[in-house]
Design a protein around this ligand. Structure first.
Ligand code: ADP
Ligand code: MG
Length: 957
């Protein structure tokens, strides 16, 4: 690590600096939080600590500017800088580009340099960004604190222009906002200066975990998630402080001046940008804090000079309660979109298993939908109906899917046009995509279901349910107002591009020929001029060869010397006297003539002028495309939804999935269901057949209804966790509108899903695991409803047996008696199976094993009844523990089991009579201990009677 002080600008004598370095320090002072990329000639150079850091991060050679090596320096070539910059941004750094503001050839004295752009992880669009990923920049605004407090959250994906905001109120506001960010994983979050320091957040659910990681160290993950040490003082460094604020996953947190987060400043900015008189139409009425967060976000983008933001033309207010709620922990545990452990293959995710989308927009919508499944019956039914129709008709489905083959990323292409990073080729790809759209509309209209009709129609009818992710997006879109045509195939924009841009345009403008012939008469004339000019040069070459007798004489061009005649050294003697020498090379001489100069001037002016015209026409086209940004985005949304439904239909047909029956009840029933991810992985690896299982739960209010809590026991590796996750995944799939891998599924809609995994499954996350587990569990007990689905896997494993067992016991009781949510509880505490004797709506299930003389075999099928034992020793035997250890463990176990089962049974029995069972062995042990410690011979009958009364009181208390 560098010694910071040695390179502190304050310690540097500014008088001794060169003018260029003085410029550098001035720029650095303005952007102290950025790595300063300073353009010098063909390089971007970095100096001092920036150089040391970048050299280390990018494995570059560190050099020095001065002989004493006091000014460390490193550089990257200008033309290749993009790759280096992207790598630094992915690591969470901020970068300022300090450019040369004048042509070094023309500058008198030192070239003027200025910071033209600040790039940050959330504001720079990463060309390597996966099609299905979003690159969110988040902004958080706070108002008040505690119960009357409010947190506004805005999110923007600059690559597509998706812009939304939400708000959380009350004491849990910050925790909820942090959870939402945990789900959406922004790459950067901006906040008011001093917000984190002020400690306004209060304890967050994961606060305690901060104790485990040294501050400033963020956990190592994949290469991109870097396990680098960063200190506060580091310029441009990711400022992650693990766990302090519940945002430990976000690498870059950028403080912005406090006044930016005021309604007086942020609201007018937002209104002006969106060209609205009032924000109420966006659903922002009464959500000022959300609007402030959004306005501050725009301020930040404008400040970092991100060029055109025309594609950021709408903002939608959303609420998490409008969908099946999934908290960040469940999203992670269920591996919906990312593997549980970073670095693991993404093939373990539900997203991977379901992704058969044809377009990048479809992939992104699938991802977003998995994080926000619907929770309204009409919306889910509308999707299922459409999926069912397409699943049942191979021909029409394939026509539809193939119609989207050439559809590229409309939203991102539009984003690039807006950010002015789209060249002629990108605009042509946009045209190629637009050309496919009429085919998509036609293919959609082959279907009859209401949802297909809505998507393909040219009239906006009553789109979807209010809870639909997509229809919500639509409501926020400016063009989605009733009366505006529905599916807009954008023919006019397509025609406009094709009419303007050459069929195969060059990559760079400098090469000319971007604009089609016939578009601009002056351009055509200039092109003709330079063409005839070039022909004249060919004629000159030929004529001069004849005249001088030098057969190898050539007319050539280069950008420094312009046009010249080149003659080899050997022939130099034969050159006519009027040739004017321009340059001497090792074995050639270069000349010019007045005639050549004249043509040169003509050609070059013509080229320069036509370049100007081409640029002007291209800019006009760009402006026209951006004027249609809202329409393009709306069409992109429809394509995304069409693609997603077609993808679900494809999966249903291909894999034989069935349509879930949804209803308004407390039932959750599967017959012969399979875990979609595990099943697919087993198929792919040839790892045997997945054993289907069934579930029946009914948490309806009628207490005579079926079981509401399933307690699953059985050995490790028996399939308990898989069974639990399978239930959650199928519910999520069904509420997304997807068919499910089962023979039959009946689903009373679920409002929230909670998944918790016992501590020891999580040690790899390096957290204070038991505390995390308990805070997570308390969140469930405090927020789950009778409509929720709760999965508790190996709860209480992270502490001593009796503590863990007691907590698990009490939790099951609470779920059963108070919350009455549909609950699946997997546990290795087979003592818990006794609960079935007192809790009328709890059923025991066990994963089956076959005991063979050589050991146990897992059958992976779930059947009624408690596990007879936990088989820990058998599993250990399978794992290869030495025979002597196994044999000794069996002996010890026998002794313990005998003692324990009698104790637990004795405690459980009286509870049945009336009093709720609150405690068992640990408490009674105290009484037992006292009794056995008595010296009965020394007691009077009165003392004995008193003691008896006291013990009884204690038992009753
Ligand atoms: P537990 O939670 O009981 O320890 P897991 O659910 O983790 O067990 O499953 C252990 C292994 O068994 C996993 O590798 C999983 O792939 C496999 N497995 C689980 N359920 C099934 C099933 N129904 N059919 C086939 N294999 C299964
Ligand atoms: Mg398990």
């Amino acid at each position: 690590m560098a010694t910071e002080t040695a390179h502190d600008p304050k310690n540097i004598d500014s008088a001794a600096l060169t003018p260029a370095m003085r410029q550098y320090f001035a720029a650095k002072e303005q952007h102290p939080d950025c790595l300063m990329f300073c353009r010098i000639g063909d390089f971007y150079e970095l100096f001092y600590d920036d150089a040391i850091l970048v050299a280390r991060e990018l494995q570059l050679t560190l050099t020095a500017r001065d002989r004493e090596k006091k000014q460390p320096m490193c550089g990257v070539p200008y033309h290749a800088a993009e790759i280096y910059i992207q790598r630094l941004l992915r690591k969470g750094y901020r970068i300022a580009l300090c450019e040369q503001m004048e042509d070094p050839k023309q500058a008198k004295g030192v070239v003027r340099r200025e910071v033209t752009k600040v790039l940050t992880p959330g504001t720079a669009v990463d060309p390597g960004l996966g099609a299905e990923q979003s690159n969110y920049l988040a902004s958080v605004a706070m108002k008040g604190s505690g119960a009357s407090g409010c947190v506004g959250l805005a999110l923007l994906d600059l690559s597509t222009g998706e812009f939304r905001a939400t708000e959380f109120a009350g004491a849990g506001a910050w925790a909820a906002a942090a959870d939402e960010m945990g789900r959406l994983r922004p790459v950067e979050v901006i906040h008011a200066e001093g917000m984190f320091a002020a400690g306004v957040f209060g304890p967050t659910p994961r606060d305690t975990s901060a104790m485990d990681g040294a501050p400033g160290v963020f956990s190592a993950g994949s290469d991109d998630a870097v396990g680098t040490q960063v200190s506060e003082a580091r310029p441009g460094a990711p400022t992650v402080e693990a766990g302090q604020d519940g945002l430990d996953g976000i690498r870059t947190k950028t403080p912005v001046e406090e006044w930016v987060f005021t309604p007086e400043y942020a609201l007018p900015l937002l209104r002006n940008h969106l060209r609205l008189h009032s924000l109420d139409g966006l659903g922002l009425a009464g959500h000022e804090t959300a609007a402030v967060a959004a306005g501050a976000l725009l301020h930040y983008l404008k400040k970092t000079k991100q060029g055109g933001l025309e594609h950021v033309d709408g903002l939608r207010y959303y609420e998490r309660s409008g969908c099946l709620e999934l908290d960040a922990v469940s999203v992670r545990n269920l591996e919906l979109v990312e593997p549980l452990f970073s670095g693991e293959s993404a093939q373990t995710t539900l997203f991977y298993t379901l992704d058969a989308c044809c377009t990048p927009m479809g992939k992104r919508l699938l991802r977003a939908t998995l994080l926000r499944p619907a929770n309204s019956l009409p919306e889910i039914e509308a999707r299922l109906e459409a999926v069912g129709e397409a699943a049942g008709d191979l021909r029409r489905r394939e026509v539809l899917r193939r119609s989207m083959d050439g559809v590229l990323d409309l939203e991102r292409l539009l984003g690039r046009v807006a950010l002015d990073s789209a060249g002629p080729r990108e605009v042509m790809s946009l045209a190629a995509t637009l050309k496919c759209l009429p085919g998509v509309v036609a293919a959609v209209n082959e279907f009859q279901s209401a949802r297909w009709k809505e998507l393909g129609s040219c009239e906006v009818s009553n789109f979807g349910g209010a809870d639909s992710h997509v229809s919500e997006a639509r409501r926020g879109a400016p063009s989605a107002t009733p009366g505006v045509p529905g599916f807009d195939a954008l023919d006019d924009l397509h025609a406009r591009i094709v009419r303007t841009i050459a069929e195969e345009p060059p990559v760079n403008f400098a090469d000319g020929g971007v604009i089609r012939g016939g578009v601009d008469p002056e351009l055509d004339e200039l092109r003709e001029l330079s063409r005839s000019g070039r022909q004249a040069l060919v004629a000159i070459e030929e004529r001069e060869r004849q005249r001088t007798g030098i057969g190898s004489l050539k007319v050539r061009f280069n950008s420094v010397f312009g046009y010249y005649l080149e003659v080899t050294k050997a022939n130099a003697k034969a050159v006519p006297a009027e040739y004017e020498r321009k340059q001497t090379l090792v074995n050639a001489e270069r000349f010019t003539t007045p005639e050549l100069k004249e043509y040169e001037a003509k050609i070059l002016t013509a080229q320069e002028r036509s370049g100007e015209i081409e640029r002007r026409i291209f800019a006009a086209l760009r402006a026209e495309l951006l004027a249609g940004a809202g329409r393009i985005r709306e069409t992109a949304r429809r394509v995304a939804e069409i693609d997603l439904l077609a993808c679900f239909a494809h999966l249903a047909a291909l894999r034989g999935w069935v349509r879930p029956m949804t209803e308004d009840s407390g039932v959750l029933e599967f017959a012969q269901a399979r875990h979609p991810v595990v099943e697919r992985r087993m198929e792919e690896s040839g790892g045997g057949r997945f054993v289907p299982n069934s579930v029946y739960l009914d948490a309806g209010p009628d207490s005579a209804a079926g079981p509401a809590v399933l307690l699953i026991t059985g050995p490790n590796m028996g399939g308990k966790s898989t069974y639990l996750r399978q239930a959650a995944l199928l519910v999520i799939m069904a509420q997304c509108g997807c068919f499910v891998p089962a023979e039959r599924m009946r689903l009373g809609l679920v409002d929230r899903i909670y998944t918790r995994i016992g501590a020891s499954d999580n040690v790899a996350r390096g957290r204070s695991t038991f505390m995390v587990e308990m805070t997570e569990t308390s969140a469930i007990l405090n927020t789950a409803t009778a409509r929720s689905l709760v999965l508790l896997d190996e709860m209480g494993r992270g502490t001593a047996t009796y503590d863990g067992l007691s907590l698990a016991w009490a939790t099951v009781e609470h779920m059963h008696n108070r919350i009455r949510a549909r609950t699946l509880f997997a546990t290795h505490y087979h003592e818990l199976t006794l609960l079935a004797e007192q809790l009328s709506r709890l059923r025991n299930l066990r994963v089956t094993v076959k005991e063979t003389p050589t050991g146990i075999v897992f059958l992976h099928s779930v059947e009624p009844g408690p596990a007879s034992k936990s088989y820990g020793i058998e599993v250990a035997k399978l794992a290869g523990l030495p025979g002597t250890v196994i044999a000794r463990a069996r002996e010890v176990l026998k002794v313990h089991e005998r003692a324990e089962s009698s104790a637990v049974r004795a405690e459980a029995a009286p509870a049945q009579q009336q009093v709720q069972l609150t405690m068992f062995t640990p408490l009674s042990q105290r009484i037992v201990d006292r009794v056995s410690a008595l010296d009965v011979d020394e007691m009077t009958p009165r003392e004995a009677l008193n003691l008896l009364a006291e013990l009884q009181r204690e038992l009753k208390a």
